[in-house]
Design a protein around this ligand. Structure first.
Ligand SMILES: Nc1ncnc2c1ncn2[C@@H]1O[C@H](COP(=O)(O)OP(=O)(O)OP(=O)(O)O)[C@@H](O)[C@H]1O
Ligand SMILES: [Mg+2]
Length: 227
């Protein structure tokens, strides 16, 4: 593992106000993620794992604290710069796939490249081959199984060759065997590409695959050591 740090966060605070109740979700959270490491995060339901990933990926501003990419504080950037960073540097994979239902597999994978005006369907086709769907390019999400849809989502997340891949319970909707296939795929692609990978999971066996393992509890990220 290259121990150069790419992503750090310090003193993150996040509180949600629900009616008259304040839900203090992150309470001064610090963390550092190695440049090409595999990191896993566990934690009770509602502990703030998804909130943290959204903050790390530039989708949700913390109330206080910083997220740094290299030397730079991402929430100090302009809105446009942050949006460009999200599109070019961050890939997201979600539990519920979040594919565009009216687009084919190929068009779904090509979508982030269109946003960046770097359209080249051959790249998307190659990515779909890499995830084992080379014969399914024209199929829509409704014509694919859950595991296949997640493969499309992974290919889409990697389309712009991100340096940071955030996966929020990527196996949460899948049976155990399919879930492990998806994790194997994420690890193989990580091996080939060397991005920083952060996987949120409820599964102890998946968590154990992390080179760095973390647990989110009481608003802080606690290291469980290196695997
Ligand atoms: N936009 C929001 N507005 C209000 N409350 C929110 C918002 N987003 C999250 N929360 C609350 O913050 C808490 C943490 O939510 P989050 O989704 O980050 O938890 P989680 O650890 O990902 O849980 P799970 O394992 O169930 O996915 C929850 O109590 C949730 O209701
Ligand atoms: Mg969640």
């Amino acid at each position: 593992m290259d121990l150069t740090v790419s992503l750090t966060c310090s003193a993150l605070h996040k509180t949600f106000r629900l009616g008259h109740t304040d839900l203090e979700i992150l309470r001064g959270l610090d963390a550092a993620f190695a440049r090409n490491g595999v990191n896993t995060i566990q934690g009770a339901s509602g502990s703030g794992k998804s909130t943290l990933l959204q903050i790390l990926g530039g989708l949700e501003k913390p109330d206080a604290g910083e997220v740094r990419w290299g030397e730079e504080s991402i929430y100090g950037w302009s809105r446009d710069r942050l949006a460009a960073w999200r599109n070019l540097t961050v890939g997201f994979v979600f539990q519920a796939y979040h594919l565009f239902p009216e687009l084919s597999a190929l068009e779904n994978v090509e979508f982030p490249a269109r946003l960046a005006r770097r359209n080249d369907p051959a790249v998307a086709a190659r990515l779909l081959e890499q995830v084992g769907l080379g014969t399914r390019l024209d199929h829509r999400p409704s014509e694919l199984s859950g595991g296949e849809q997640q493969r499309v989502a992974i290919a889409r997340a990697l389309r712009n060759n991100p340096a940071l891949l955030l996966a929020d319970e990527p196996t949460g909707n899948l049976d155990t065997a399919t879930g492990h296939e998806i994790i194997d795929l994420l690890l193989r692609l990580h091996e080939e590409r060397g991005h920083c990978l952060i996987i949120v999971t409820h599964d102890d066996r998946i968590a154990a695959l992390g080179q760095q393992r973390f647990h989110l509890e009481d608003g802080l990220l606690v290291s469980q050591g290196q695997g």
